[in-house]
Design a protein around this ligand. Structure first.
Ligand SMILES: CCCCCCCC/C=C\C=C\CC(=O)SCCNC(=O)CCNC(=O)[C@H](O)C(C)(C)COP(=O)(O)OP(=O)(O)OC[C@H]1O[C@@H](n2cnc3c(N)ncnc32)[C@H](O)[C@@H]1OP(=O)(O)O
Length: 355
């Protein structure tokens, strides 16, 4: 049996085939009418359940307000948006990491899309890095799974066939910075006055831990050996203008939002980001993404491989060792103590802010 549902991915219709024949909780195939078939994994709902909903009402596959990520595509310009949506700080949990990887693959499977903007539904925090609560007294089963999901996000983003543009509206410490550095282009908001400057960088040493080798090397490849060596040792968090000078980001936008919303952004941005249609960082991110989307894709991807394939290969080869080191390091008594102290400080700061 097949039924047709409206898709927020594009204006085209989606046909769902043979859902009833699939076992519950299995993945199913979606065929975009008029395009070659694409595979889309939907693991959290059973196929029967989805088939039933699909017959009754339009199925919103991507732009749900309570999803950990929200995505949308604009086939006319070849640009998509993938926004992290995990309040309060987009800290990277196992589930958020998996959602980022899955959504990126879904976007990649659309041949009309050449660029993706990595964004945040939080206007002041891009991502707070790893969810520190994942690191404290972790279970033996979850910790390696968690680290693997982060490695996978890095591999998927850094090696994506899509041109990737990071729209950094706010803070991007540690693994939040990694997400941005794994993109092809980074645009950061200049902040709202000296007292509210967002920062970006690898601050791990300030937590009593060290960035893993592949993250550290990413910084080295981005800003060069000596500046990276110093920034990693000191755990430097760069405010926007310093991030620009050091080459951590490619562009800093200081202008305020205009009152006029941008028509293309209205069509491109998922519901949860509609308040950002006049946001200058988003406008610039779209312009960059559209610019990349016009380059012949084979040539663009080949040039990306020239600069990235060696480090990706290395990552694949050292992945298991990296997981073992990470788990050993994080569960060390001294590291656990440092992390607990850090979280305590973070909570106190939060309480003080609220009172
Ligand atoms: C030999 C080889 C060995 C290899 C070993 C490798 C080992 C590598 C190990 C780890 C690598 C780690 C990388 C990381 O990403 S660690 C995480 C680093 N992140 C941080 O330090 C950021 C902490 N957060 C902040 O600084 C701020 O929250 C900030 C992002 C700047 C936003 O500030 P603000 O706007 O003022 O918001 P609040 O501070 O009030 O935060 C809002 C709520 O969010 C909670 N929060 C924030 N960050 C995190 C986080 N990372 N994890 C979990 N929760 C977080 C915060 O507590 C507030 O919660 P609440 O509202 O309940 O008070």
């Amino acid at each position: 049996m097949s039924s047709t549902v409206d898709s927020p991915i594009s204006s085209s219709k989606i046909q769902i085939h043979q859902l009833d024949r699939l076992a519950p909780r299995s993945a199913f195939l979606l065929f975009y009418a008029g395009h070659p078939p694409h595979q889309t994994m939907i693991s959290s709902l059973s196929a029967r359940h989805i088939a039933r909903i699909a017959r009754q009402q339009p199925l919103r596959l991507f732009s749900s307000q309570d999803s950990l990520v929200v995505t949308n595509v604009h086939e006319e310009s070849g640009v998509a948006v993938l926004a992290m949506n995990r309040p309060p700080a987009n800290s990277l949990s196992l589930e958020l990491n998996e959602a980022i990887s899955t959504s990126l693959k879904q976007i990649e499977s659309n041949p009309k899309i050449q660029s993706v903007i990595l964004a945040s539904s939080n206007p002041t925090i891009f991502s707070a890095g790893l969810d520190i609560t994942e690191l404290i007294s972790p279970s033996d089963e979850r910790l390696p799974k968690f680290w693997n999901s982060l490695q996978q996000v890095y591999i998927d983003l850094y090696g994506s066939r899509l041109a990737t543009v990071a729209a950094i509206q706010g803070h991007a410490p540690a693994a939040g910075c990694m997400l941005a550095l794994a993109c092809d282009y980074r645009i950061m908001h200049g902040g709202h006055g000296e007292e509210h400057l967002p920062t970006i960088g690898f601050n791990e040493t300030q937590l009593g831990i060290a960035a893993p080798p592949w993250m550290g090397q990413l910084m080295v490849r981005t800003i060069g050996f000596r500046p990276a060596e110093r920034a990693l040792a000191l755990g430097t968090l760069f405010p926007p203008s310093e991030a620009l000078n050091a080459g951590v980001v490619d562009d800093v936008i200081t202008e305020q939002s205009s009152s006029e919303s941008n028509e293309v952004l209205k069509a491109l941005l998922p519901e949860a980001l509609q308040s950002q249609t006049s946001n200058p960082v988003m406008i610039k991110a779209y312009e960059e993404a559209a610019c990349y989307a016009k380059i012949p894709p084979q040539a663009r991807v080949a040039s990306k491989l020239v600069t990235r394939s060696e480090s990706l290969k290395e990552m694949q080869m050292t992945r298991e060792d990296d997981t073992q080191h990470f788990c050993g390091f994080i569960t060390h008594e001294v590291v656990q103590k440092n992390l607990m102290k850090y979280v305590e400080k973070m909570k106190q700061r939060g309480k003080a802010k609220k009172s």
